[in-house]
Ligand binder design. Structure first.
Ligand SMILES: *[C@@H]1O[C@H](CO)[C@@H](O)[C@H](O)[C@H]1NC(C)=O
Ligand SMILES: *[C@@H]1O[C@H](CO)[C@@H](O)[C@H](O)[C@H]1NC(C)=O
Ligand SMILES: *[C@@H]1O[C@H](CO)[C@@H](O)[C@H](O)[C@H]1NC(C)=O
Ligand SMILES: *[C@@H]1O[C@H](CO)[C@@H](O)[C@H](O)[C@H]1NC(C)=O
Ligand SMILES: *[C@@H]1O[C@H](CO)[C@@H](O)[C@H](O)[C@H]1NC(C)=O
Ligand SMILES: *[C@@H]1O[C@H](CO)[C@@H](O)[C@H](O)[C@H]1NC(C)=O
Length: 496
């Protein structure tokens, strides 16, 4: 099964092919990223206004932090970006807000993840953005082609290496600025949010606290029910419109019915104006599933893509067939185009990199049960493992994340261990089902919004933001302020 990445045509280093022709059999794990869906339209305008304050640097990063074999000492250039406009300086131990890049080049984050720039002034903070290894300009082995060649070079592409990179760069920046006692708050969204929360637990001497936005750290093993993701997608649609939900629910068997007719696929291709003829009905089904998932995950105000899709479906003429309604929903979401489905697109770095990550350690078991608007389609670990093996030659390690970072019985384990982590979520985000939604202790807290979607809180504040989003950010800032003021008191008391 495949999951078209509708929104990432803008990423650099891409290759023009039809996405659905690659690894068509691998069950897709929806990407985790602060940015996606319709939000990308805002990119260009924001980047122009902030770029002046940003300075780019490269750090000579160690390829392998956990091994002393000679090849481990190989280095690569890792990109980080600093904005010192608001910084109060080392002599005042002014804070550092550090953003952890995730499964994409850093460039996109710089222009949409606004939480740091929006709030640095209040903290007189230095802002540091760090790119994740194997993405963007932070590529080991000299080129992407080499780095992604096979499991021998991809083997260094994992979360433990990534957070060790982050520890080294933060430490390096503090040393360079003589800011040894400046408190560091790490911030990430989605997969980057998982990294931020794990970093606080593994590197408490480097980070004072973490803001982990929409981080599904519990979507591993069997901690979260498999159908959590798609049950929230379904709930979002049902809440937007019951008739829309029912139309989608009925559409899958309508697609089967149409396919079984003579010249059914070519008829369907015409009806959906596909960019090239459908060769199986699953191409259409997977595409529609990805549209609904993306609309739900990035169901951002003020336009709320789920409402847009349902507006199209419900707004079709009353004598329209179910599939005509579905097509009207697609047009409402994608806009008027020359063709739909099978759209030619450039394969993004995220598509390629995230496939390796989900086929090695980020095995997030997402399937559909019977209680969604989708056809039942369980996640079967054994076949997933076989598919990954056939692509990379090595099997995934589906239990490594919980062995290394934990996750089972999280309340029991963390309520007397660890501190200073905010898990923020929007409950309309399908990934929130794997998030931490209850307060674990006084300082490991969950800040959720009922109507929020994926990573909303860490995006740039906008005039049109609803009150609940403004409040969510305020609560987070108040908590971070508290951590920092306690730290300054501790600094006086303990550091002579
Ligand atoms: C990866 O490619 C290199 C160069 O072609 C080769 O030497 C190495 O054995 C390959 N590794 C695997 C796991 O296939
Ligand atoms: C194509 O589908 C329409 C309904 O969507 C149906 O009326 C028509 O008979 C189909 N044509 C063929 C050739 O199957
Ligand atoms: C793919 O990337 C190339 C080079 O950046 C660009 O010219 C082309 O328009 C892109 N194609 C699509 C379908 O986005
Ligand atoms: C879905 O329902 C069918 C038939 O009612 C049943 O056989 C199947 O086990 C159910 N699957 C799940 C995942 O609940
Ligand atoms: C957790 O604690 C924070 C901070 O005190 C509070 O804002 C939030 O509402 C609490 N969350 C839950 C789920 O009770
Ligand atoms: C969430 O949105 C629904 C309408 O979509 C509204 O009725 C409800 O009051 C909102 N809840 C909150 C907490 O804002």
């Amino acid at each position: 099964m495949n999951f078209p990445m509708i929104s990432f045509q803008w990423l650099p280093f891409v290759l023009l092919i039809f996405l659905s022709s690659v690894s068509a059999t691998l069950k897709n794990i929806p990407r985790l990223s602060p940015i996606g869906g319709k939000f990308l339209h805002d990119l260009e305008t924001v980047s122009a206004s902030i770029s002046d304050d940003l300075k780019t640097f490269y750090y000579d990063q160690t390829l392998d932090h956990f091994n002393y074999r000679p090849e481990s000492y190989t280095t690569f250039q890792q990109r980080y970006v600093i904005n010192s406009k608001y910084w109060g300086g080392a002599t005042r131990n002014a804070p550092i807000l550090a953003y952890f890049g995730a499964e994409a080049p850093l460039d996109g984050d710089l222009s949409v993840v606004g939480f740091l720039a929006d709030n640095a002034q209040q903290f007189q903070a230095l802002i540091l953005y760090i790119e994740h290894r194997y993405y963007g300009n932070s590529i080991p082995f000299g080129s992407r082609e080499e780095a992604l060649r096979n499991a021998s070079t991809l083997g260094y592409f994992n979360s433990a290496q990534a957070i060790a990179d982050y520890a080294e760069i933060i430490t390096h920046v503090k040393e360079t600025l003589h800011a040894n006692d400046s408190p560091v708050i790490v911030i990430g969204g989605s997969y980057g949010g998982m990294l931020a929360s794990w970093f606080r637990l593994k590197y408490p001497h480097v980070a004072l606290g973490a803001l982990a936005s929409s981080a599904p750290i519990l979507y591993f093993d069997d901690i979260t029910p498999q159908n959590g993701y798609f049950s929230v997608v379904s709930k979002d649609f049902k809440e937007a419109s019951e008739t829309c939900y029912q139309t989608i629910q009925k559409s899958w068997s309508e697609i089967d019915k149409a396919t079984s007719q003579p010249s059914g696929l070519s008829n369907l291709s015409k009806e959906f104006k596909t960019c090239r003829p459908l060769s199986e009905s699953s191409e259409l089904k997977n595409y529609l599933e990805s549209v609904y998932s993306s609309a739900a995950q990035y169901n951002h105000p003020p336009d709320y893509p789920v409402t847009i899709v349902c507006g199209g479906i419900d707004g079709a003429p009353s004598d329209a067939s179910i599939l005509e309604k579905i097509f009207a929903g697609l047009v409402a979401y994608r806009g008027i185009r020359s063709c739909y489905v099978n759209e030619p697109r450039n394969i993004s770095e995220t598509t390629v990199g995230w496939r390796w990550q989900t086929c090695s350690e980020m095995v997030i078991p997402i399937g559909h049960g019977n209680d969604t608007m989708f056809e039942p389609d369980p996640f079967i670990l054994s076949s997933y493992i076989e598919q990954c093996k056939s692509i990379y030659g090595v099997p995934p390690r589906p239990h490594w994340v919980t062995s290394y970072y934990g996750g089972h019985d999280i309340k029991l384990i963390l309520h007397r261990f660890g501190s200073n982590i905010i898990f923020s979520n929007g409950l309309r985000d399908p990934y929130s089902t794997g998030g931490v939604l209850d307060n674990i202790s006084d300082t490991i807290v969950a800040v959720s919004t009922v109507n929020g979607s994926h990573c909303l809180d860490i995006l740039f504040a906008k005039e049109s933001d609803p009150e609940w989003l403004v409040m969510q950010r305020k609560v987070e800032l108040r908590i971070i302020e508290q951590w920092i003021s306690e730290y300054y008191a501790d600094l006086l008391a303990y550091k002579k």
